[in-house]
Design a protein around this ligand. Structure first.
Ligand SMILES: [Zn+2]
Length: 109
């Protein structure tokens, strides 16, 4: 499963290349993964990427982003501060479970 970033504004990526060298490589990397998965007959699932890096994976509220960490500001939430990518990965997995799927490629049903 991957985030579907194909509709993201180009300016967003340009802005991110300045301070986040990993981010701009993502679409190309995703494409490579998708091609490999299709070769291996593994379905690739795309989910809605909205707020995956900003949303707390426990309470679902939008937290405060600072560098590579996400700080959840919700009272009584156990998360506190979490690695942004880790939180995003959990969010993406949860969205698949919740059925927030945009597209499935290579799935034979
Ligand atoms: Zn939280």
């Amino acid at each position: 499963m991957l985030e579907d970033l194909s509709f993201c504004e180009a300016t967003l990526w340009e802005r991110r290349t300045v301070d986040d060298t990993g981010t701009w490589l993502l679409p190309a990397l995703q494409h490579a993964i998708a091609v490999k998965a299709q070769e291996a007959d593994i379905p690739v699932t795309y989910v809605n990427p909205k707020y995956t890096t900003q949303q707390c994976h426990v309470c679902g509220e939008l937290g405060r982003l600072e560098n590579d960490t996400l700080e959840c500001t919700t009272e009584n939430c156990s998360v506190g501060t979490v690695c942004r990518d880790r939180s995003a990965a959990v969010n993406i997995a949860q969205r698949v479970d919740l059925g927030e799927i945009i597209e499935v490629i290579g799935h034979h049903d």
